[in-house]
Design a protein around this ligand. Structure first.
Ligand code: T4K
Length: 440
């Protein structure tokens, strides 16, 4: 079962209340209490003195990292597939249950390499509701991105719409397992096989999301993870391509190092996509903390689920709490008709609480340059993308965020919704420079 389609049983935690019921807080306590109605936008003290960020990097074991850096300095092997990069690749392949992992300097270059190694050209089908890197990885290689709509329940490509988007120029499908959600891959692989297409998965968000991903080597040709600093397990900057295709892996190993297959022999068009030893030192240290980080994120996720459940019009993208998942992204959708206040206004009001929620991914790729100018009509076939992109906000998570912080944060969101008209009026007159550009 897809993780995104499974709901957490939150019945009994808190009763739902109606949109006009301003007597309950997110935590079920009476909102009549002054504490639960406090809002910085209305003149109260902010909820947090230090900013709560979506992407604050985790530092798991500083000493282990520094020891590895000392080892690296002593060895004078700083890059070019040194021992730490090799160890990192072995661990990534083991954890993701693939035969091969090729470490890269970041996931964007990993995607570019995989797109090229898989022989994609002409047109490739890709979602627009993703980080811009997915699309750039195609266009920078002269491939036309064919933006395809998503399933609003999973935020991943809708296989039926993919089928309809195939033309004689199509050479591949670039799916995205957004937020660690694996959904529809088996169907997408079948479509790819039926039409002789390459199927690559951008899994920048999904390292460690194993249960939902099972048997992926049969479901796509290659998959790319990100180990950027903002990911729950990171290598400062980094990425990895995994595959169980021996021949593809061999090609990628050459391509990541300029195409060199000997001291002075180049076999493929390659690039410098290598991961450094310093990155691998952090990557290995991060991987050692996997269970601790995932457990922390899971507890935070459950705390969010409990705190957001009673707020009318706020829906948390749920996942099976018992699946092997990194629980990194806390994705909430705002139904403005029910809340009476828009996603943008909620995100703006949270900035004054020192909470930097993000509007991932707004605008979606087809509304950003150069795609917006190149393909001005792309939005016509993307109604779900446009609607979801207007609703989503991503909330802070990671080792720097604790469950009591989340209790406070969700009660502030409850107060923003309960006091929507006041908040809106205050935002209209507010000139605080901390407000985002999009604030009205
Ligand atoms: N495909 C998908 C689906 C992706 O989401 C991504 C990246 C990629 C491909 C490409 O992967 P990489 O090539 O990056 O490996 C961030 C990340 O930079 C990006 O990696 C990530 N997705 C994306 C979802 O988020 P920004 O520009 O929105 O976030 P940024 O850099 O403003 O950081 C977020 C917050 O974290 C900020 O409030 C500041 C804080 N932060 C960030 C960094 C880097 C820190 O406190 N310390 C730091 O060192 O893109």
């Amino acid at each position: 079962m897809s993780i995104s389609s499974e709901s957490i049983d939150i019945k009994g935690l808190n009763p739902l209340h109606s949109p006009d019921d301003s007597t309950s807080s997110a935590l079920g306590a009476p909102l009549a209490s002054a504490e639960h109605r406090q809002l910085a936008i209305l003149g109260d003290a902010p909820a947090f003195t230090e900013a709560l960020l979506v992407g604050r990097p985790n530092i798991s074991n500083r000493d282990a990292f520094l020891t590895r850096i000392e080892t690296m300095l002593d060895s004078r092997q700083f890059t070019n597939m040194g021992p730490m990069v090799q160890h990192f690749e072995t661990r990534v392949a083991e954890i993701s249950e693939q035969r091969h992992a090729i470490a890269t300097c970041n996931a964007t270059v990993g995607l570019e390499l995989a797109v090229s190694a898989l022989g994609m050209s002409g047109e490739v089908i890709v979602p627009s509701f993703t980080f811009i890197a997915s699309t750039h990885a195609l266009w920078r290689q002269g491939i036309r991105p064919i933006f395809c709509d998503i399933d609003p329940a999973t935020h991943c490509l809708d296989p039926e719409k993919v089928r309809a988007a195939i033309t004689p120029q199509t050479t591949g499908i670039l799916g995205v397992s957004l937020w660690g959600n694996y959904a529809g891959e088996a169907e997408l692989r079948k479509i790819a096989d039926d039409h002789g297409l390459a199927f690559l998965l951008d899994s920048a968000h999904s390292f460690g999301c194993m249960e939902a991903r099972g048997g992926l080597d049969e479901r796509c040709h290659a998959e790319v993870f990100s180990f950027h600093a903002t990911k729950c397990l990171h290598a400062l900057e980094g990425g990895a391509i995994v595959t169980s295709d021996d021949e593809l892996a061999e090609r990628l190993r050459l391509m990541v190092n300029f195409g060199f297959s000997g001291e002075d022999r180049v076999t493929y068009l390659g690039t410098n996509g290598k991961m450094s030893e310093a990155s691998a030192a952090m990557g290995l240290t991060s991987l050692e903390a996997k269970d601790e980080v995932f457990a922390h994120n899971r507890e935070n996720f459950l705390t969010y689920a409990k705190g957001l459940a009673p707020i009318p019009g706020i829906r948390l993208l749920t996942r099976n709490p018992n699946s092997a998942h990194n629980f990194q992204y806390i994705v909430a959708e705002v139904d403005a008709e029910t809340t009476g206040i828009s996603r943008n206004d909620i995100v703006s009001a949270l900035r004054l609480e020192n909470v930097l929620a993000r509007r991932y991914f707004h605008p979606s790729c087809h509304r950003m340059e150069p795609y917006r100018s190149l393909f001005p009509d792309a939005g016509q076939v993307l109604p779900e993308t446009e609607a979801v992109s207007d609703r989503v906000m991503v909330l802070p998570n990671g080792l720097a965020v604790q469950p009591p912080d989340i209790d406070i944060l969700t009660s502030r969101i409850a107060a923003i919704v309960a006091r929507g008209p006041e908040v809106r009026a205050a935002l209209e007159n507010c000139t605080d420079p901390r407000l985002p550009e999009f604030s009205s």
